[in-house]
Design a protein around this ligand. Structure first.
Ligand code: GLA
Length: 386
């Protein structure tokens, strides 16, 4: 249905049928926060929310694109000219990805593109990474670039780093490119190797968006990254991946308490991710829940990226679940969403508790999304299947 209406929108706007259909999902992270840009471990899973793209090649160097979400904002630019920022914020993600492909000297030409996304924006579910990966997947297929999932993810990340000026790591793009059905993916952000970890059918995955306004999120994010880099360079290592609490404690007097706590979060979080992946794999949910709780406390006290609204959501859910589940801040922080894992039969208890208490305490409405782990990037050449 969704695909048909996108194909119709393409045909009625561009007066010809689309040749490619691509889709890439948003994500939620189970555990492993702010470890990706420290070459550490993460355990995200892709969701049923996706960005869908349909497109057809052009014989010139022009890119025309529009999104069903912003039908008036038509993107139009020429690949033979330097790629600059455009009029529309959403279009800059497209420009950023195309720009990285050109910088890497991939041979591409013009394209007509229509986009539609049901990844909720501003909820911390990585709608922008889903879009970047869909665009990288489209050009990869259309021009036979031969890029692997990790290479496409890197293109998306570089678009964020270089064009959007967000110094994010690679987690969001990599899970969007590589996720497998019914599974989370343990990612080693040093060598980008992955291991799927099945999510049991009876485990519910709730994402609760705090709707707290994320004001200083980007500058605070970049500041956290610098603090981690400072801690690593003081230890004489290239990233916190190889740090241990012993090597960190050895430089404690040379760094501020703040920088020490940022690094401590990363070192302890890497260990938690590995333990959590094993606990999920062996069905040891009690261990998984307690590690997730520790992870939240580490984000709250050491990395300091939670806000009263997300801490409040965690408290409300944990109280409602009474040790039969876990809830923690997920994603970059400074607002955004919490993830709650519990038995499917306890979902209503959580929803009731959030509805009864969250608005009353924080004067904000929470959006509660029941999520399913889904597969990553899919690409289809329509003329081949016709
Ligand atoms: C954002 C970034 C990711 C990652 C998380 C925190 O989602 O895009 O690269 O750093 O924050 O874990």
């Amino acid at each position: 249905m969704f695909e048909n209406s996108l194909a119709q929108a393409f045909s009625s706007h561009f007066k010809r049928p689309p040749q490619f259909s691509v889709s890439a999902p948003g994500r939620v992270n189970l555990i492993g926060e702010h470890t990706d840009y420290n070459e550490g471990f993460v355990l995200p899973c892709a969701l049923q929310y996706k960005t869908n793209v349909m497109a057809a090649k052009r014989s010139d160097s022009i890119i025309n694109a529009f999104s069903l979400q912003y039908p008036e904002a038509i993107e139009h630019f020429d690949l033979s000219q330097p790629i600059e920022h455009g009029l529309y914020p959403w279009g800059d993600y497209l420009r950023g990805v195309v720009n990285e492909l050109l910088k890497a000297e991939h041979v591409i030409s013009g394209m007509d593109i229509v986009i539609s996304s049901n990844v909720p924006q501003g909820s911390g579910l990585s709608s922008s990474a889903a879009f970047e990966v869909a665009i990288a997947g489209l050009f990869n297929e259309a021009f036979g670039l031969g890029l692997s999932g990790p290479q496409m993810a890197r293109i998306g990340q570089l678009a964020e780093n270089n064009f959007i000026d967000c110094q994010c790591g690679i987690m969001d793009q990599l899970i969007s490119a590589e996720a497998q059905f019914h599974s989370a993916l343990l990612i080693d952000c040093q060598d980008l190797s992955t291991r799927p970890v099945a999510i049991p059918d009876d485990l519910a995955l709730l994402v609760i968006n705090s709707n707290y306004p994320r004001k200083l999120a980007d500058s605070e994010y970049n500041e956290r990254r610098l603090a981690c880099e400072l801690a690593a360079s003081t230890m004489g290592i290239s990233s916190l991946r190889s740090a241990t609490m012993t090597t960190l404690d050895a430089v404690k007097t040379q760094i501020s308490d703040k920088v020490y706590r940022r690094a401590k979060h990363v070192v302890t979080e890497n260990a938690r991710v590995l333990k959590a992946a094993d606990a999920l794999q062996t069905g040891d949910l009690n261990t998984l829940y307690s590690i997730m709780h520790e992870a939240h406390l580490s984000l709250k006290h050491d990395f300091e990226i939670t806000v009263p609204a997300t801490d409040g959501l965690v408290d409300i859910c944990m109280q409602a679940l009474n040790n039969k589940g876990a809830c923690r801040q997920t994603g970059g922080g400074f607002g955004g969403a919490v993830i709650c894992l519990c038995a499917k039969e306890d979902v209503q208890t959580v929803i009731d508790a959030v509805e009864a208490k969250y608005y009353q305490q924080f004067s904000l409405h929470a959006d509660i999304l029941r999520c399913e782990p889904h597969r990553g990037l899919t690409v289809e050449a329509l003329d081949k299947v016709a």
